[in-house]
Design a protein around this ligand. Structure first.
Ligand code: ATP
Ligand code: MG
Length: 340
């Protein structure tokens, strides 16, 4: 018998994304566009982190709209393939149930050490709520509830993932194997995209300067404008070199969208100015995003099928979430009710 036929169960991947800002072309090139392909090797849970968004008290109608939009974006990115599950966090109430249990297995000192809490409480000084403080425990619940093996994360979430591991290991140490301890997912590393306005800084969806980042929902006009106003240098020569951060970044984006090498780009744009290159870049970005944007618009025009997809996602996610939550509840000694 072929030994691969009795291979180990497929590993699970989890990633949640907050609905409060639209991903940038940096998120797309560095992470999102690689996520769909992961369904070949893993069972992936992708969710809209609407509960996490509450920590900054968003406007209710805006949160509802943005959550729907983010859900549609995840579908339009092609993430619902294979065994993947795409869902909205608040549609699976077990996240909150497990969150409370895990809160009792997280030390105050551990949560207080999280640098993101320190940063966020400084930037939202008028609303330093308990949610902001216990955010990493909810994140641990999000991950552990699906028994995720891997979590694709940016550097700023590393500390939180370590806390999730610590909580899992602590709980397992007390009660026996209950949770999978998650590891960061280091996959194919997409290029790092820098801000169009300050190419020494990473492009970021929370950049207050809207010209610094291209969002994946930007219209062709907006993309052309942002590319045109991207910071370059006074050399007027399209080549990749130390000290040409702006041009290097534009070449990186161009290459990521077209698959062309830097050598090819340099050859094609030899003797041409930045104006031509920026227009070609805008065209390449528009083309790269076109299929995604078309699918997104199609989904947004069909709210009934979006609702249906959300219900299916919630049901599939809840099946996995209930199993883990029941296990944790029993282990800590909660008297389990039998509900019909
Ligand atoms: P925020 O400003 O809210 O932190 P962000 O743009 O940094 O937003 P994250 O939510 O922190 O986005 O990261 C989401 C994913 O996108 C991560 O996997 C991260 O590595 C990747 N990513 C973020 N910014 C870039 C970038 N400029 N280039 C490439 N990948 C990026
Ligand atoms: Mg970040």
């Amino acid at each position: 018998m072929d030994s691969s036929a009795i291979s180990a169960p497929r590993k699970r991947v989890l990633s949640l994304i907050q609905p409060t800002s639209v991903p940038t072309i940096g998120n797309y090139i560095g992470a999102l566009r690689n996520w769909a392909a992961m369904a070949d090797d893993y069972d992936c849970f992708y969710g809209v982190a609407d509960l996490h968004a509450l920590t900054i008290r968003p406007d209710p109608p805006a949160l509802r709209r943005q959550s729907t939009e983010m859900f549609a974006m995840l579908l339009a990115l092609g993430l619902r393939r294979g065994n993947n599950v795409v869902f909205v966090q608040s549609h699976v109430p077990e996240h909150c149930q497990l969150n409370w249990i895990l809160t009792c297995y997280t030390q105050f000192g551990e949560a207080a050490r999280m640098t993101q809490f320190k940063d966020k409480s400084a930037s939202h000084a008028d609303n330093v709520n308990l949610g902001l403080f216990s955010y990493p425990t909810l994140m641990a619940a999000d991950i552990l509830i699906y028994q995720a093996d891997y979590v694709p994360i940016g550097a700023d979430q590393k500390q939180h993932l370590e806390l999730s591991r610590d909580i899992a290991e602590r709980f397992n140490g007390i009660y026996g194997p209950t949770f999978t301890a998650p590891e960061p997912y280091i996959g194919k590393i997409g290029s790092r995209v820098m801000s169009l306005q300050d190419p020494t800084k990473k492009m970021s969806k929370s950049d207050p300067n809207p010209k610094g980042a291209i969002s994946i929902l930007d219209s062709p006009d907006q993309i052309v404008k942002k590319c045109k106003s991207a910071v370059t240098d006074s050399e007027a020569s399209v080549h990749y070199a130390e000290g040409k951060d702006g041009v290097n970044n534009l070449m990186t984006i161009f290459s990521a969208c077209t698959g062309q090498t830097f050598e090819r780009i340099e050859r094609d744009f030899a003797g041409k100015g930045y104006g031509d290159f920026k227009l070609a870049l805008a065209e390449a970005v528009i083309e790269e995003l076109r299929p995604f944007q078309e699918e997104y618009r199609r989904l947004m025009a069909d709210p009934a099928s979006l609702r249906q997809a959300a219900a299916e996602g919630a049901e599939a996610a809840a099946r996995a979430a209930r199993r883990t939550t029941a296990k944790a509840m029993k282990k800590v000694g909660l008297w389990m009710a039998e509900r019909g």
